[in-house]
Design a protein around this ligand. Structure first.
Ligand code: SF4
Length: 397
């Protein structure tokens, strides 16, 4: 029996992939350990320069206490990104299920297969597709994860049912570019999958981890509105609020299209990702990003200071000074915080259903953070009574 640990850097897909490794190792009889586990798996990220540095740091740290460290995930497929690490670090060059199968095979089964190992999270992430067939000029992801490829709808629905049976209360459908999901053979689009996933017996809440604006169409919006288990939240990465920057990024929409699609979705909590300091972004362009965020009331903005990625079309362009990127990042985060405060304040006196996923806190149906004292893993009906920096203060109603 080997003790192991898994950790991930980056996005929800990276988390889901690290979970896949964890579950394979548990299923082959190994035991989860702490920071001194014999086998340590780090699922890496390369979406920014900083993500690669953090992946390297995590690998070096793990190498000090582990017998062997397996590196999986995006950065292991980016040439040279993880070179020069200690000798006990193995670069798998694999992602997802492929990485999980490789690590489990290499560590070896011990013959004591654990059928229903303990699952200690209330929220499960179920991957429905991987890769991306878009080619945003700054993005390294299609280079390391390939074109979009989808799981079969039946496999996704089975995975959701399994998660529900394990006790998960909420399922988040994840992927690199979820709207690219297709099961052509069986006639599934993302909307149809979402509709059927939402009716898996016992599932209490379903969410999409993110969706590109191009895929927000009438069919998807109708599905979100008509499927009661689907939470009132949509994370739409917009990346910029300036048409010229969006064009230079190779994004496939304009600001007016974003407004036309998102402004009517007033019942949803909309959140986004924005890149600041992209090479063609000047101060007026950045201000247009601020205005778009404000106009749409985007209560949570994940801010990414631009860093050029090797192999992409903008690999050698990085014209905005670092200090300017820092300044714009701080201004955008400040606006995001202000809009979040407004959103929290708008909840005062209302009642919502909160899934408690950490002691004393959880998320309401629209994925707004609420602070409420209730049993871990339970859904609680709560009344908002105040506003804190990081969410809504509430009591059980
Ligand atoms: S949609 Fe664009 S930013 Fe997102 S993974 Fe695909 S290429 Fe990258």
């Amino acid at each position: 029996m080997t003790t192991f640990s898994t950790r991930f850097l980056g996005c929800k897909v990276s988390f889901a992939d690290a979970q896949a490794v964890r579950e394979r190792l548990l299923a082959t009889g190994h035991v989860e350990g702490g920071s001194d586990a014999e086998v340590q798996v780090v699922n890496t990220c390369c979406v920014t320069h900083e993500a690669v540095s953090k992946s390297r740091q995590a690998a070096s740290r793990a190498a000090r206490s582990a017998r062997v460290v397996y590196l999986t995930g995006c950065a292991t497929r980016l040439e040279g990104a993880l070179d020069g690490l200690p000798a006990n670090v193995r670069l798998t060059g694999r992602t997802g299920e492929d990485a999980a199968a490789f690590v489990a095979g290499d560590v070896g089964a011990i013959g004591c297969v654990v059928a229903g190992h303990r699952v200690d999270r209330v929220r499960a992430f179920v991957k429905i597709q991987d890769g991306c067939s878009f080619s945003c000029h700054f993005c390294v992801i299609p280079l390391v994860r390939g074109a979009s490829h989808s799981r079969r709808a039946a496999a996704v629905l089975e995975a959701i049912a399994r998660r529900v049976a394990q006790g998960h209360r909420e399922v988040v459908l994840t992927g690199v570019n979820l709207g690219c999901f297709r099961d052509r053979e069986h006639g599934y689009t993302l909307a149809r999958l979402l509709r059927e996933a939402g009716t898996v017996p016992g599932l209490e809440r379903l969410r999409l981890s993110s969706i590109e604006l191009n895929h927000v169409d009438a069919e998807l919006v109708a599905t979100l509105r008509e499927t009661p288990t689907v939470g009132a939240h949509l994370h739409v990465p917009l990346q910029s609020g300036d048409d010229a920057v969006l064009r230079a990024m190779g994004r496939r929409y304009t600001v007016s299209q974003a407004l036309r699609k998102l402004e009517p979705l007033t019942e949803l909590n909309l959140t986004t990702d924005m890149i600041v300091g992209f090479p063609t972004e000047d101060e007026p362009a950045f201000r247009r990003t601020l205005s778009l965020v404000e106009r749409l009331g985007l209560a949570k903005v994940h801010v990414f200071p631009y860093s050029p990625r090797p192999g992409t079309r903008t690999a050698i362009e990085d014209t905005v000074p670092a200090a300017e990127k820092r300044d714009r990042s701080a201004r955008l985060r400040a606006l995001s915080d202000e809009l979040a405060q407004r959103r929290y304040a708008s909840k005062l006196g209302t009642v919502d259903r909160v899934l408690v996923d950490r002691p004393g806190r959880g998320f309401a149906d629209d994925y707004t953070p609420w602070f409420v004292d209730a049993e871990l893993g339970s859904f609680v009906t709560a009344r908002a009574i105040g506003v804190a920096n990081e969410g809504v203060l509430a009591v059980a109603a």
